[in-house]
Design a protein around this ligand. Structure first.
Ligand SMILES: Cc1ncc(COP(=O)(O)O)c(C=O)c1O
Length: 459
């Protein structure tokens, strides 16, 4: 039985099964202590197809992690695999030399921008990770403005390189690394479930952004005007937190007013994840720089790029280079992915399946007092778990639900403050049957996990 031919998620054996355990044990000896996913998703993978993934013990799971959001059309989409195979025979590694497939990919990417932006945007291919795109965007903004500072937002995640990490909120990962990039200031994000200013939603007038507005206008704020602000329109790793419309629009206007470059990090929200090609389209804003990566190839082949306003194009030849900027296989599968997305109206599917997913999550929240917030856009959803008695993050419960879901055949991510948010990033072409199956597995996991916590009711 293969994942490709099996439309049921079946866990036959304990998780991890004996073969998975064998690979996990070897990995522990041979690989770095910094490894992450196998610690909470203890499986070794044999193969995958579409929404399903099969471990080496024959257990089949629905995959709502989707390669950390990269697999927008699920695993190994056959049309994308064919496109890669054909490209393999022609040309693979192209630095930044032009090629026909790269030209087509570039055209198609620029064509995904809102019409009003198309002619004034240019594209830069970066080293093939989101973090490398972030580094490039920072350099572009600093070179253009001649200013050193960058404003980031509390809860942000921008990657693991030292510049991107400096822009990241999570202190745990920064603590042990001295001398990250200087000049970064953090301001509050519109995280209404835990208002950074401690206000109740009914008294809120987006004071989080008012604080930033007033700081920039204050001649005694102590903060020189920065080169750029970098913003996720939905904070992903931070706990799936959509920016409020007013927050994002006021940030945009503020950047315009003070001639600050607005960089939107669409590494996770881009490529249709939120139901539009880019999330910023839903906010009626026009950023100066867009960083895109994860979903660009559609099949998980690495590629990252900046789309940016031509007026910023003052960097010198070679200002941001990298050996792996010309992955022709990624370009070929990226073009094929766009064909599938357009032909099969995948963005409409995101709206439909996102509605189903959110309805199922809100339904679950009615019966689960530990669910403090359900939030998301398109097919990027999070469920925040809080102990209803103490108001504390229910970290243990989140882990227990993740583990129980895995045993029920569903792969979920956990993130956010204190790791108390269950995160869901299904493929954008998922069908209703699979979505319902996944939600049944999640509901069952909640029953098992909450029973496990009683009677102490410790989160
Ligand atoms: C918003 C955002 N920016 C940047 C990154 C870093 O991307 P990469 O892991 O490819 O370096 C991520 C990764 O999850 C992300 O979610």
């Amino acid at each position: 039985m293969t994942a490709a031919h099996n439309d049921q998620s079946v866990v036959h054996r304990a998780v991890p099964g004996p073969l998975s355990q064998h690979y996990l044990d070897r990995q522990e000896i041979q690989e770095s202590n910094a490894r992450t996913y196998p610690r909470r998703l203890p499986i070794a993978v044999r193969r995958a197809s579409g929404s399903r993934l099969e471990d080496v013990d024959g257990n089949v799971y629905i995959d709502f992690l989707s390669g950390a959001g990269a697999l927008i059309l699920g695993h190994n989409h056959p049309e994308l695999v064919d496109a890669v195979r054909r490209q393999l025979d022609d040309f693979v590694h192209g630095l930044d030399l032009p090629t026909p497939i790269k030209a087509e990919f570039t055209n198609r990417q620029l064509g995904m921008l809102p019409e009003a932006m198309r002619d004034r945007m240019k594209l830069h291919f970066c080293g093939p990770t989101g973090a490398n795109g972030v580094e490039a965007a920072i350099k572009l903004a600093k070179i253009h403005t001649g200013r050193p500072g960058i404003i980031s937002f509390q809860g942000a995640f921008h990657g693991s390189t030292t510049g991107a990490l400096a822009l990241t909120g999570d202190l745990e990962n920064k603590r042990d690394v001295p001398d990250l990039m200087p000049g970064v200031q953090f301001f509050p994000y519109s995280y209404c479930a835990r208002c950074p200013l401690g206000l109740r939603p009914d008294t809120c007038s987006t004071n989080c952004v008012t604080y930033l507005e007033r700081t920039l206008a204050d001649s005694h704020s102590g903060m020189p005007k920065p080169a750029a602000m970098i913003l996720e329109l939905v904070q992903g790793e931070g706990g799936t937190i959509p920016a409020t419309r007013e927050f994002a629009r006021r940030i945009w206007k503020l950047c315009r007013k003070h001639d600050i470059v607005l960089i939107v990090d669409e590494v996770q929200t881009g490529c249709g994840r939120t139901g539009t090609w880019f999330a910023f389209e839903q906010y009626d804003i026009e950023p100066d720089v867009i960083i895109a990566s994860k979903g660009l190839s559609g099949i998980g082949l690495p590629v990252a790029l900046l789309l940016y306003d031509r007026r910023l194009d003052g960097w010198r030849p070679g200002a941001h280079i990298g050996t792996f900027r010309g992955n022709q296989l990624a370009f070929a599968s990226g073009v094929a992915a766009l064909d599938v997305i357009e032909r099969e109206r995948v963005l409409e599917n995101v709206a439909q399946q996102g509605k189903l997913l959110s309805e199922r999550l809100f339904e679950l929240a009615k019966f689960t007092p530990w669910i403090a917030d359900v939030r998301g856009v398109g097919l990027m959803w999070g469920v925040e778990l809080v102990n209803p008695e103490t108001g504390q993050s229910a970290t243990k419960l989140a882990r227990a639900v993740q583990a129980a879901a895995l045993r029920n055949g569903l792969i979920l991510e956990v993130g956010g403050r204190d790791d108390c948010v269950l995160r869901m990033l299904p493929p954008l072409n998922i069908d209703a049957h699979t979505m319902n199956e996944a939600m049944d597995a999640l509901a069952e996991a909640f029953v098992t996990a909450t029973e496990g916590l009683n009677p102490e009711r410790k989160g």
